[in-house]
Ligand binder design. Structure first.
Ligand SMILES: C[S@@+](CC[C@H](N)C(=O)[O-])C[C@H]1O[C@@H](n2cnc3c(N)ncnc32)[C@H](O)[C@@H]1O
Length: 212
């Protein structure tokens, strides 16, 4: 069984998929728009990331050598969709999404992947349950700037603690460069990639060297 596959419990479910939570119907852009309108800052973007954003997020990742990749705040899965075909059988993959409606879409779209409806602040526990001691890349779509500082610290400290020495923490944003200083407070090396072809225009911070 490939390491990135869903756990046995998910694979042995009956043929008929469980009913989606009410509201998990409609195109991805609609689910995101509605989540944004009802939950605002905890969603942070009114539309799913573009393919350009997703590719920028993955640019430079060596999928041949990566043993484990984690995606936090996966939404409806535009980045997951770019990751999935690149995963090698030896690479573990875990996607975490808090919102039940968005997560239902994610699970329906990627039944072969390990998708968890949960809180990224519990990453420690989620990795321990899977026996994962080290992660090569953490890809975050989380609205970290609007997290309370202690929860943001938890996500960044946990991610950094499990990162391999050559690993990276990657954070997408739809407010280009605005939070550069914030990420520099946490990491020694922060590069920003501008992605104009996104709605709204955004970018990716690629961070290395966590400052404990
Ligand atoms: C800006 S959206 C990004 C969605 C998707 N990655 C994309 O690129 O379109 C932020 C996502 O983070 C999720 N999120 C917010 N807080 C979270 C948390 N504590 N744990 C897991 N996911 C969370 C939201 O529900 C939302 O789907």
């Amino acid at each position: 069984m490939p390491h990135n596959a869903a756990p046995a419990e998910a694979r042995t479910r009956p043929h008929a998929p469980p009913p989606a939570p009410s509201g998990a119907t409609g195109p991805d852009w609609w689910l995101m728009m509605r989540a944004f309108l009802t939950k605002g800052r905890s969603i942070a973007s009114f539309s799913p990331s573009s393919r350009f954003m997703a590719r920028s997020m993955l640019n430079g990742i060596d999928f041949d050598s990566a043993r484990c990749i984690v995606e936090l705040g996966a939404g409806t899965g535009p980045i997951t969709a770019e990751i999935a075909p690149r995963l090698r059988p030896h690479t573990k993959f875990l996607a975490v999404e808090l919102d039940p409606v968005l997560c239902a879409r994610l699970k329906a779209r990627f039944p072969h992947l390990d998708v968890v409806q949960g809180d990224a602040c519990q990453l420690d526990k989620l990795l321990a349950e899977r026996g994962i001691p080290q992660v090569d890349h953490v890809l975050s779509g989380l609205p970290l700037p609007s997290f309370p500082a202690d929860l943001r610290d938890t996500v960044l400290a946990t991610s950094s603690r499990v990162l391999s020495p050559t690993g990276s923490f990657r954070q997408l944003t739809v407010m280009p460069l605005v939070y550069y200083k914030l990420y520099r407070r946490y990491f020694d090396d922060v590069r920003f990639r501008f992605v104009p072809a996104n709605l709204p225009p955004g970018g990716v911070y690629v961070c290395r060297g966590y400052r404990a």
